[in-house]
Design a protein around this ligand. Structure first.
Ligand SMILES: Nc1ncnc2c1ncn2[C@@H]1O[C@H](COP(=O)(O)OP(=O)(O)OP(=O)(O)O)[C@@H](O)[C@H]1O
Ligand SMILES: [Mg+2]
Length: 257
């Protein structure tokens, strides 16, 4: 049965998802619904957060030895069903990595990359690039140097560029794997504000080790441990009922032992 939250239907329904690396099960069996708005993914290092996130847009397809079982319904279609158009799934479900990874191209060409690949007519590109950079809160900073190499931007600007690049193909879901952990506090705050804003229109799934960030984003949360989904629910409730399980800050000295 599908439970509606605030009258909203789940955007993604995960059923009996398991991921194996060769013969070792690294994730499973996960069944959970993901709703429009913010979902944060919490859990200690190695608990399966990234593995779960990557399963949501078939990123494991590219890794030799990785096997995914189960179903992931995007709206009502299983993205693992035979005959699925995987590039189309990746267009609808974008992924932003922890470390900004701009292509060795200009700012403009980074953002235009996806639309070009999807055959968007040239005459629309300027407008898409501008819209995407505006959405990512980067337009004002780069509008006079769109032809400059992307790697000349600061780390925080590069991360917003990668978000703009993901937005340019008009995804419905944005997956983000620790998008602020490589940024200084000011840049992280900007990206966090951006995430909150994007979640008004999209389904955004964010892995974070930052409990305060999870609390501020204030949506729903999934808590992973040992390759399993330990709990899910509204973030505040989940944080108060699992105080001991989510002590996963990057700076937690316990992690170093
Ligand atoms: N490509 C891979 N090949 C083999 N094992 C993998 C691969 N990716 C992940 N794993 C294993 O799966 C488990 C979960 O890893 P995952 O990267 O999902 O953890 P995580 O929760 O994202 O951790 P972190 O917080 O450190 O990023 C780990 O034991 C890891 O070694
Ligand atoms: Mg990870």
């Amino acid at each position: 049965m599908t439970v509606q939250v605030d009258g909203r239907r789940p955007k993604i329904r995960v059923r009996h998802l398991e991921v194996f690396y060769r013969r070792e099960r690294i994730l499973g069996s996960v069944s959970v619904d993901i709703y429009p708005g913010i979902t944060v993914i919490l859990g200690p290092s190695g608990s399966g957060k990234t593995t779960f996130l990557r399963a949501l847009n078939r990123m494991h397809d590219a890794v030799v030895g990785m096997f995914v079982y189960g179903k992931v319904f995007l709206d009502n279609r299983d993205i693992y069903a035979p005959g699925t158009n995987v590039p189309e799934i990746r267009r609808r479900v974008g992924l932003v990595f922890q470390k900004p990874n701009p292509f060795p191209l200009s700012i403009y060409d980074n953002v235009a990359y996806g639309p070009r690949r999807h055959g968007t007519p040239r005459r629309h590109l300027d407008e898409i690039v501008r819209w995407s950079l505006e959405q990512a809160g980067l337009w004002e900073e780069v509008k006079n140097r769109l032809r400059a190499p992307a790697h000349r931007l600061s780390g925080g600007q590069q991360q917003r560029l990668c978000i703009a690049r993901a937005l340019a193909v008009r995804p419905e879901v944005l997956l983000m794997d620790e998008p602020t952990s490589a940024l200084d506090p000011l840049a992280a705050a900007r990206v966090e504000g951006l995430i909150a804003r994007l979640a008004r229109d999209l389904t955004v799934v964010v892995v974070t080790h930052d409990i305060e960030q999870a609390r501020r984003l204030d949506g729903r949360a999934l808590l992973f441990q040992g390759g399993r989904l330990l709990a899910s629910g509204p973030t505040r409730r989940l944080l108060s009922s699992h105080r001991d399980h989510h002590a996963t800050s990057r700076h937690d000295p316990a992690r170093a032992t």
